[in-house]
Design a binder for this molecule. Structure first.
Ligand code: HXC
Length: 514
C-alpha cells in the first residue's frame, strides 16, 4: 500500500479510537454535566500543546467476556503538553470506556506517564473519573493500583503531583490522589469515598447519597482531602493553571518569577489589625497588603479556616503564607489546622518556596475533644515541619503570640531566619487575664476588693509582658517594626536569603509525628 493509503488508514484508526466509548456513552457523560476525558485535557492545557501517547493500547484480559471487548485506549488518555509554557505530563481516565475502570493496560499507561514525569522532572496531573478496579481483571487491577501508589510515593517531593477528581473515585482508587500534593474537586461531579452508599446501607443500615458521603463540599470543608473546590470543570481548570504559575517544575528549581505590576496600590495596613487583642479581623487582608498585586491564592480555603495557607508573590518571587486567622476560633491551633499548616509547610520546603508566617493566636485549643482527638500528636507536626524546613523562613508577629502557639508559629527557636514584630505584639506564656489569675491568686482573693485587685494585676502583667520588647531584648525578635514597613522588610529578607545554607545532621529520614 502506498504511504498515502497508510496515512488514510492511520486517520481512520485514530478517528475510531478518539470516539472513546462511542456516541451513546459520550451522551451519557454529557448528560451528567461532565466533559469527556479529551475535552478536559484540551481545556486544561495550552492550545494545540497536547500530544497523546498509547492511543492504540489494547487490554489483554481474557476472562468474563473481556476477550471480545474492544476498549479504546483501555479507558485512559496519557500524554504531555504545556500550561502557560510549563511542561506537564498528564493522564485522564475516560469514563465512557468501561467506566474508566482500571485494568492492567490502563494502569500501565498511567505508570508510563508517571515514570515520564519523574524522568523528565516535570509536574504530573491526573484526572480521575473511574469505577475503580476493573472487576473482570481481578488481581491484575490491584497490582496496577499498587504500582501507581509506589510511583506516587517515589515522586513525592520530587515533582509536583496534582489530582483532579471529576467523577467517581472510589475504593482503593482514592489513595493515589491522597498521596499527591493537591486535590481539586468540582461541585456535583466529584465523588470520593472508600466504601460507597450501598455498602454502608448493607453493613450499617444507613442511607446516604454519594454527594453527602464524599462530594466536593464534603472533602473541601469536612475531611480536608480536597485542597480546592470549584463550581464547574472550567473554573477548576483555571485554578489548576493558576497553581502551576506559583510552583516550580521540580524540587531542584525555583518557581518562575512574575514581576509585580508597579507600583503596588497603597494599603492602610495598620488599620486592618484592631488594637484590642480580642477583636477579630481577616488576616487575608494583611496577606493581600504585603503580597504583589494584592494577589493571594489560597489552599484549603474551606477546611480548618482558623489557619490560612496559600501562595502569593513578594517582589516577583513565590512565597508560601502561613497565617493564624483571628476571624475563626480566634486563630487557635487545633488538630485540623495543625495538619493543614504542617502539610503546606512541608510542600513549600520540598519545592524551594520561602515561608512567610503571620502570627496572631492565643495558643492551642483547649478541651477534652481536642485532647482526645490527639492535639498533642497533631500539634507536634507544626513544630516538626517548621523546624525541618530549610527554605528562607520569615515571621511577622502581628498581635498575640501566646504559649506554645508562639513557639510553634515559626519562632526564632525553630530557626526562623527573620522575626519581625509589630508594636502591638504581645508575647507571653498566656493571655494577661489567665496569667494574672494564676500568679496573683493569693493577692486577689485576700484583697478587700478582689475584682479591683484583679484588674490591677492584669494591668501590671500587661505592662510587663504583653509587648514585644522583652522578646526583642533577648534577640528572639530581630526588630520591632511599624506595620507599613512589613512588605519592605520581607522583600529585603528574601533578597539576603538567596544563598541560604542550612546544615543538618545526616539522616535517612526523620520520623515526623504523622
Ligand atoms: C468493570 C465497570 C466498573 C468496574 C463501572 N464499570 N465500574 N466495569 N469494573 N469497576 C462499567 C459498567 O459495567 C458499565 O459498563 C460502565 O462502566 C458504566 O458504568 P455504569 O454503572 O453504567 O455507570 P453509572 O451508573 O454512572 O455508575 C458509576 C459507578 C458504578 C457508581 C462507578 O459503575 C459502580 O458502582 N461501579 C463499581 C464500583 C466498584 O465497586 N468498583 C470496585 C471498587 S473496589 P457498560 O458495558 O454497561 O457500559 C476497588 C479496589 C481497588 O476499586 C483497590 C486498590 C487498592
Amino acid at each position: 500500500m502506498p504511504l498515502k493509503g497508510k496515512i488514510l488508514e492511520l486517520k481512520k484508526r485514530k478517528e475510531e479510537v478518539l470516539l472513546g466509548g462511542g456516541e451513546q456513552a459520550i451522551a451519557k457523560q454529557q448528560a451528567m454535566g461532565k466533559l469527556t476525558a479529551r475535552e478536559r485535557v484540551i481545556a486544561l492545557l495550552d492550545e494545540d500543546s497536547f500530544n497523546e501517547y498509547d492511543l492504540f493500547a489494547e487490554h489483554e484480559a481474557r476472562d468474563f467476556g473481556m476477550e471480545s471487548k474492544v476498549l479504546h485506549g483501555d479507558g485512559v488518555i496519557i500524554g504531555t503538553g504545556t500550561i502557560y509554557g510549563a511542561p506537564i505530563a498528564i493522564f485522564a481516565q475516560d469514563f465512557t470506556v468501561a467506566g474508566g475502570s482500571l485494568g492492567m493496560m490502563h494502569a500501565r499507561k498511567i505508570t508510563k506517564i508517571m515514570d515520564y514525569a519523574l524522568r523528565m522532572r516535570i509536574p504530573l496531573i491526573g484526572i480521575n473519573d473511574s469505577g475503580g478496579a476493573r472487576i473482570q481483571e481481578g488481581v491484575n487491577s490491584l497490582a496496577g493500583y499498587g504500582e501507581i501508589f509506589f510511583r506516587n510515593t517515589l515522586a513525592s517531593g520530587v515533582v509536583p503531583q496534582i489530582s483532579v477528581i471529576l467523577g467517581p473515585c472510589a475504593g482503593g482508587a482514592v489513595y493515589s490522589p491522597a498521596l499527591t500534593d493537591f486535590v481539586f474537586t468540582v461541585d456535583n461531579i466529584s465523588k470520593m469515598f472508600i466504601t460507597g452508599p450501598e455498602v454502608i446501607k448493607t453493613v450499617l443500615g444507613e442511607e446516604i447519597s454519594m454527594e453527602e458521603l464524599g462530594g466536593a463540599r464534603v472533602h473541601a470543608e469536612i475531611t480536608g482531602n480536597a485542597h480546592f473546590y470549584a463550581e464547574s470543570e472550567m473554573e477548576c481548570f483555571e485554578q489548576i493553571k493558576k497553581l502551576i504559575t506559583y510552583i516550580p517544575w521540580n524540587n531542584t528549581k525555583k518557581a518562575r518569577r512574575f514581576e509585580p505590576k508597579d507600583p503596588k496600590p497603597e494599603y492602610n495596613i495598620e488599620k486592618i489589625v484592631p488594637g484590642d487583642p480580642k477583636q477579630p479581623y481577616d488576616v487575608r487582608d494583611v496577606i493581600r497588603a504585603v503580597a504583589d498585586d494584592s494577589d493571594f491564592f489560597e489552599v484549603h480555603e474551606f477546611w480548618a479556616a482558623n489557619i490560612v495557607v496559600g501562595f502569593g508573590r513578594i517582589n516577583g518571587e513565590t512565597v508560601g503564607f502561613v497565617a493564624n486567622q483571628p476571624l475563626v476560633l480566634a486563630g487557635v491551633l487545633d488538630v485540623d489546622s495543625s495538619d493543614k499548616a504542617a502539610r503546606f509547610i512541608r510542600y513549600c520546603d520540598a519545592f524551594n518556596i520561602p515561608l512567610v508566617t503571620l502570627v496572631d493566636l492565643p495558643g492551642y485549643l483547649p478541651g477534652v475533644d481536642q485532647e482526645h482527638a490527639g492535639v498533642i500528636r497533631h500539634g507536634a507536626k507544626v513544630l516538626y515541619a517548621f523546624s525541618e524546613a530549610s527554605v528562607p523562613k520569615m515571621t511577622v508577629i502581628l498581635r498575640k503570640a501566646y504559649g506554645g502557639g508562639y513557639i510553634a508559629m515559626n519562632s526564632r527557636h525553630l530557626r526562623a531566619d527573620f522575626v519581625f514584630a509589630w508594636p502591638g505584639a504581645e508575647i507571653a506564656v498566656m493571655g494577661p487575664e489567665g496569667a494574672a489569675n494564676i500568679i496573683f491568686r493569693k493577692e486577689i482573693t485576700e484583697a478587700e476588693d478582689p475584682e479591683k485587685m484583679r484588674r490591677l494585676k492584669v494591668k501590671e502583667y500587661k505592662q510587663k509582658f504583653a509587648n514585644p520588647y522583652v522578646a526583642a531584648s533577648r534577640g528572639y525578635i530581630d526588630t520591632v517594626i511599624e506595620p507599613y514597613e512589613t512588605r519592605k522588610l520581607l522583600i529585603h529578607a528574601l533578597e539576603v536569603s538567596v544563598n541560604k545554607v542550612s546544615d543538618r545532621p545526616w539522616k535517612k529520614h526523620g520520623i515526623p509525628p504523622f
